[in-house]
Structures are given as C-alpha cells and as structure tokens.
Design a protein around this ligand. Sequence first.
Ligand code: ACO
Length: 271
Amino acid sequence: MANDHDTVAYDVQDGIAWLRFNRPDKRNAMSPTLNRAMMEALDELEFRDDVGVLVLTGEGQAWTAGMDLKEYFRETESQGLKGTRKAQRESYGWWRRLRWYQKPTIAMVNGWCFGGGYGPLFACDLAFCADEAKFGLSEINWGILPGGGATKVAVELLPFRKAMYHAMLGEPIDGRTAADWGLVNESLPLAQLRDRVTQVARALLEKNPVALKATKDAVRRVGAMTYDEAEDYLVRAQEAANAYDNEGRKEGIRQFIDEKSYKPGLGAYDK
Ligand code: ACO
C-alpha cells in the first residue's frame, strides 16, 4: 500500500518498509515539501509492528540530487533568515531522526546522490548502491561549501586526502569507487541491487530487535568517546537493553548451550 504524500512514497512488504524519494522528474531533489513529507513518513513507519527494517531509495534515475536549488535555497532565502532556518530544521530534522531510528535502516542508492544527499546517506545504518550510481559533493561546483553535515559525512567516512579531494574538486565518483572508498558497504549492478538489499534486510529481521537498536546506537556513539567512556557507555547501554528484552539473550544462550540448535558464531538464534 502506498501513502498519499506525493513527494515521498512507501510500501511495506514482509517486514521491510521501502521508503522512496518520489520526485523523479526533479531527480528527487529535496524541497521543503519533500523534507516535511519524509519526517511524516518516518513517523508513520517507525513503531509499526509490521516494519522491522527501513530501506530508503529513490524513484527513477536518482537517489537524490541533493537540496533543491530553487525551492530549498532560492525561495527560502528570499524569506530571510527565518525562512532559511526553517528549511534547515526541516531537512536536518529528518536526517537526525533517521540517524537514531528505532529500526535498522539501509540506503539503497539507485542513482544520483549529491550534496545534501550525504545527510540521509550517512543517517542510514548500512548503504548499498548501484555500480551505475554517481556520488558527488557538487556544492563547490555552484559556489558553496558542503554544508548541512556533508563535510562531516565525508570526514567520517573517508580518509583525509580523499575527503579533501572529494570536497574541493566536486568530481562525481561511480558506485564502485564509492564502495572502494567506504561511502557505502557494497556496489553491485543496478539489476541486482534490490535482491541484495532484500537479502540483507531479511538477515536483519532475524536478529533480536532490541539488540540491533542498542548496537547501531553504540556504533554511532562510541566514535567520539575515549576508551573508558565507551566501556562505561556500553555497560549501561546493555543494561538498559536488558530492561526491554529480559528473555531474548537468555534464550540465545539456552539454544546454544542446552539445546545445541545453532552456533552464535555462525548465525542468529531462533526468535
Ligand atoms: N535542485 C533543483 N532542481 C533540480 C536539482 C536540484 N538539486 N537536480 C535536478 N533538478 C531538476 C532540473 O532543474 C530539471 O528540472 P526541469 O525539468 O524543470 O528543467 C530536472 O530536475 C531534471 O534535471 P536534469 O539536469 O535535466 O537531469 P539530468 O539527468 O540531465 O542530470 C543531474 C541529473 C546530474 C543530477 C543534474 O540534474 C544535476 O546536476 N543536479 C544538481 C545536482 C547538485 O549539484 N545538487 C545540489 C548539491 S549541493 C546541496 O545539496 C547542498
């Protein structure tokens, strides 16, 4: 079933929410309208019992061509600082929401991914792309710095020299290069992309959902901590997770030690 936001669409199938940028004629550029619709769609999907994994992809040739130069920049700037700040809140807001989303998230980058697109790209826990996709920090090509977190994303995901080159030259790279550089987990031919993402999503659906949320948050949090801070955070995060899932990990131990029905080193216990 698709929802009725016209700039955003989604379907839920077998535990997977397929959420789509839906302005193919504008290469899925992020307008204020689209940004508001994305926040609403994320709200609608986050705690649905029939959603275990969220995949973010794009209709048509683009994942997203970044911020809408007309509607996000020119038209909001014409309203003064108030308009600019509102548009920033609306876009950064849904990317932040996505970074800390309750369910595991996968970016399925089917085509163009520019500039502001690096916000939702980084916000997704995992990312898979088509060899045919093109990624670029194109801001420099039209005269601004990579803002909206894009520079931070480049520095988080790329080695220093690659981040600097990518930001300063504005040259697009293809999907395979993006995977080689670490912008995405894997690149594969477009014709195989959805099957591979479905396979990964299904594997995630087999895992303990409380442990998955604790794990994805931990990976994002510990990078900025000292070792001792991280150790402390992880102890407390596990204890907090135990409060929501008293039985899951005990069952995981039981099936291995007593029942001998699986090996944790090789796969997940039967939920
Ligand atoms: N903002 C506003 N409109 C856009 C954007 C955008 N970011 N990207 C594409 N469009 C529009 C075009 O203006 C065009 O509209 P029209 O049909 O009304 O003329 C339509 O989408 C199709 O775009 P084309 O350029 O004709 O599509 P093509 O497939 O030839 O090229 C490409 C695709 C390479 C993505 C090109 O559209 C492009 O360079 N877009 C801008 C990419 C970019 O630099 N984005 C901003 C990054 S910086 C930031 O996000 C902060």
